[in-house]
Structures are given as structure tokens and as C-alpha cells.
Design a protein around this ligand. Structure first.
Ligand code: C2E
Ligand code: CA
Ligand code: CA
Ligand code: CA
Length: 276
């Protein structure tokens, strides 16, 4: 598999055999890592490109083993295979909401976004768990955004849509992640009770020098406007991309140009130096 250009981390590839000795070891260790609270969460800010105001952050799971970090693109699929997604999701949700309650204690109206695996959307108890967790941290439902993928919803549309409707009724915000990479029709998408869509980083990165990426980004911004959705661009890596998105009415941006995902304390520090 290819190495990630920046991090040198081996990227997960769908065609890789899931039963290699490394994967079997990781799967066994992951179970105890989740139970022992050995996973951590990194936070990547979302800002308003208009005025630079911080809107919140996305929570991203991190797993540091003695011989180095395991990228989420590698361990999330393993967690899915091992039936560990409910436990992992509960941990990330709890940690992220605790962090969000802390950011808001300074009086800022910040929100946190948590990624949901397709599998969890078919859990009948998800909405109740989310509601309990919000209550535990004294947070309004609007402080939480749940990011789902189009393909995730389509794995079991009937049950997933039911869960999304329950979450929507709670008042939690729902976001379609990796927009542009899925296989669902725009018609289906428009029927979902969603609040936000995130243009995938593969279209955002380099959009100012690539006509195809720019065309997809423009179409997504247009669609978002038509459907009344907040449009977030992820993977913003330079000033020209930020400027383009700002001029074209993008509501929020996220990317290395603003900040890499940061550990809890570093994120709090980063936040203290930013306009409210
Ligand atoms: P994602 O949800 O699309 O998250 C965005 C990914 O893009 C993150 O990778 C983030 O670090 C990376 N990124 C952010 N800005 C930039 C940029 O400017 N340039 C580039 N090249 N990349 C950027 P990360 O943290 O490695 O996560 C990868 C994927 O793993 C996530 O993609 C998400 O699908 C999954 N994941 C991470 N945490 C969780 C989790 O708690 N639960 C679930 N179910 N999935 C998770
Ligand atoms: Ca995401
Ligand atoms: Ca994404
Ligand atoms: Ca560029």
C-alpha cells in the first residue's frame, strides 16, 4: 500500500487482506485499547471563512501504539470487522462532548462533530445514547453534529433513515461527509433530514489549479444553497483555496491551512488565541 506523502504512514487500502498477521494483532489489541481508554481524540477546528471565527471542531480518533500511530483509515475498518464500533463510538462521543462542554464554559457557542460508522446507524438505541450523553454534559443538542457518509446510509436505508429521523427530532445536526464520493442519487440525499454537507477533501485540495475539482466544488456549493444546507469544505491547504471558498459563499472551512487535528490541550490553547 502507498505511504501517505506527509506522514509516512501506511495508508489503508480496500483491497488489502484483512487477515494479515498485523491486522489480526491490531484487531485483538484494539479491543483492549478501547476498554482501557487507550484511544485518544484529536480536534480539528472549523472556521467561518468570512471572519475567521471558530465554529467548532471535528473529533478524530487516534490510536498510538508503542511502535507508532495507527491511522484511523486502518483501525476503523478493523473495528467494524471486530464488532467494536458501538464501544468505540460511545468512547469518542463521550470524550468529544466532555471537550465541547469545556470549550463552551468560556461562554463561546462552539459545537463538536463526531463521525459515525455506517454500522452504528442501524443500532436502535443510538438516539437514546446520544440524548443521555448530551444530558450528562449539560449540552444543548445543537452543540453536536454527527457526520455520516452517503454510502453509509445506503447500506441499510430503511433502518438508517429511521435512526437519522430520531436524531433529527432530538435536535442534533446531521452532516453528509465526503460529499461527491458516494454513489447515492441527489434525490435520495435531498430526502434525508440533514443540516450540512462536507465537500470531500479530494475536490477541495488543489481546486484553484484544477478545473475538475473546482467544478465539483462549485456544484456542491450550488446544491447546498438550493437545499438550504450549510456547506463545509474540508482539506483546505492554502490561502488561495480559502479565498476561493470565501468568495463563493462556503459557510465553513476545515483543513491543514487553519490547523491540523490537535490533542485536547493543544486545541484548547489554539482556541484561546482565536476570535470568538
Ligand atoms: P474524515 O471524516 O473525512 O476526516 C477528515 C480527514 O482528513 C482526517 O483524517 C483529517 O486529519 C484529514 N485532513 C484534515 N485536513 C486536511 C488537509 O488539509 N489535508 C489533508 N490531506 N487531510 C486533511 P484522519 O484523522 O486520518 O481520519 C481519516 C478517516 O477516519 C476520517 O475521515 C473518518 O472517516 C475516519 N475516522 C476518524 N475518526 C473516526 C471516528 O471516531 N469514528 C469513525 N467512525 N470514523 C473515524
Ligand atoms: Ca468526517
Ligand atoms: Ca471527509
Ligand atoms: Ca492550491
Amino acid at each position: 500500500a502507498a505511504k501517505h506523502a506527509r506522514t509516512g504512514v501506511r495508508a489503508y487500502q480496500a483491497q488489502d487482506d484483512l487477515n494479515t498477521p498485523r491486522r489480526l494483532t491490531l484487531m485483538a489489541e484494539l479491543r483492549s485499547a478501547i476498554e482501557a481508554g487507550a484511544l485518544t481524540v484529536a480536534y480539528q477546528p472549523k472556521i467561518d471563512p468570512e471572519d475567521g471565527r471558530v465554529l467548532g471542531a471535528e473529533a478524530l480518533a487516534r490510536w498510538l501504539r508503542p511502535d507508532g500511530p495507527v491511522p484511523p483509515d486502518e483501525f476503523i475498518p478493523l473495528a467494524e470487522r471486530a464488532g467494536l464500533i458501538p464501544a468505540l463510538t460511545r468512547f469518542i462521543l463521550d470524550t468529544a462532548l466532555a471537550a465541547c462542554a469545556d470549550w463552551r464554559s468560556g461562554g463561546r457557542d462552539l459545537s463538536v462533530a463526531v463521525n459515525l460508522s455506517p454500522q452504528i446507524l442501524t443500532e436502535p438505541g443510538l438516539a437514546d445514547d446520544v440524548s443521555d450523553a448530551l444530558r450528562r454534559y449539560g449540552l444543548p443538542p445543537t452543540a453536536l453534529t454527527l457526520e455520516i457518509t452517503e454510502n453509509g446510509v445506503m447500506e441499510d436505508p430503511a433502518r438508517s433513515v429511521r435512526t437519522l429521523e430520531l436524531l433529527h427530532a432530538l435536535g442534533v445536526k446531521l452532516s453528509i461527509d465526503d460529499f461527491g464520493t458516494g454513489h447515492s442519487s441527489l434525490g435520495r440525499l435531498a430526502e434525508l433530514p440533514i443540516h450540512e454537507m462536507k465537500i470531500d477533501k479530494s475536490f477541495v485540495r488543489g481546486l484553484t489549479s484544477d478545473q475538475t475539482r473546482r467544478a465539483v466544488t462549485d456544484a456542491a456549493l450550488q446544491l447546498g444553497r438550493t437545499l438550504g444546507l450549510i456547506v463545509v469544505a474540508e482539506g483546505v491547504e492554502d490561502e488561495s483555496e480559502l479565498e476561493y471558498l470565501r468568495r463563493h459563499g462556503c459557510s465553513a472551512i476545515q483543513g491543514y491551512y487553519i490547523s491540523r487535528p490537535l490533542p485536547t490541550e493543544q486545541f484548547a490553547e489554539w482556541l484561546s488565541g482565536r476570535p470568538t
